[in-house]
Ligand binder design. Sequence first.
Ligand SMILES: [Zn+2]
Length: 393
Amino acid sequence: MGVFDDLVGQERAAVTLRRASAAGAELLAGGSGTGMTHAWLFTGPPGSGREEAARAFAAALFCADQGCGHCDMCHQVTVGSHPDLEVVRPQGLSYGVKDTRRLILRAAGAPALGRWRVVLFENADRATEGASNALLKAIEEPPPRTVWLLCAPSPDDMMITIRSRCRVVTLVTPPAAAVAHMLATRENIPPETAEFAARAAQGHIDRARRLALDEEARRRRDAVLSIPASLTGVAECVTAAERLVKTAEEEAAAVTSALNESETAELRKVYGEGSSGKGLNRGLIRGGAGALKELEERQKSRATRTKRDVIDGALLDLVAFYRDVLAVRFGASVELANEDHRADLERLAASLSPEDILRGIDAIMRCRARLAANVNPQIAVEAMALSLWRPGF
Ligand SMILES: [Zn+2]
């Protein structure tokens, strides 16, 4: 079993990456290395495993056997301790030019272990314009052993000048069967639960894992999917919108608060708190207050981002729900993502025309676009709920 065998439902991408790893090894040995290049763009829908694919490729570049999956190099990549692998994980809404310049400097160094220096840039689409321009320069004039692995939902999310200099690896939404198989074999999840989670998550690997393992996540999904049937009047629409936004806030808070606490504690330790009160004061004068403020701003930005991501996930669940309603309405013999909510699906299929169902899906997509454009979540979700209750209203 090599590192590429762990990718779920990405056979085509694995072929490309295996070839490139072999070419990389050839290049290091003094050969031509055709098929290896220093800038890669991993694209694919959320949850398809962009970062996992990029990480597997990094391991294959470091590993003497091109990604055996069990040597020390492969292991260090898995646990994140490889000295030549730099992982960038933008936490907030954007990634700025200052951070990017620091990153480029670090990336330019010679590899500590002699093979490659690899930068794995998750959510590279969050790089600001200034950051993207800095990144472009770095990619245009690369040090001989530096490899950039950028990850983004689609090539269109990156500046055209950057993506034209990258080789694009396109991941697909993994089939539910592949996700279920992974959950059952690697996470020891009972096959029935694995199948349910994979279907409900519609090929989003992390979400499938959460649904399989976390009862709270299943409860939140049920709450979201109970919304369509609950929309029987204006008051109900407003209440449903409020509930959806509040649930998202709770989930986002659960995700971010633990991170925030450990980061703040870490920073305070750096600036001398804990030794004595005076230590902190001196530290704060020397710049700790500024650093703390900067950290708080980053954390605020991350909280906003997380909340928006959580609401978006809920909206995608609703899209899948209405797609199921449409399938039931037409008696299509397709696998339903929300088989466990069949009673509600049938009730809505009986009461809505196909046009209404499509208008409903449209309303949800409009809500997603509004949220992406920074419209207040409560207002955007309320408008959506009203449209779902009275399609075309
Ligand atoms: Zn290995």
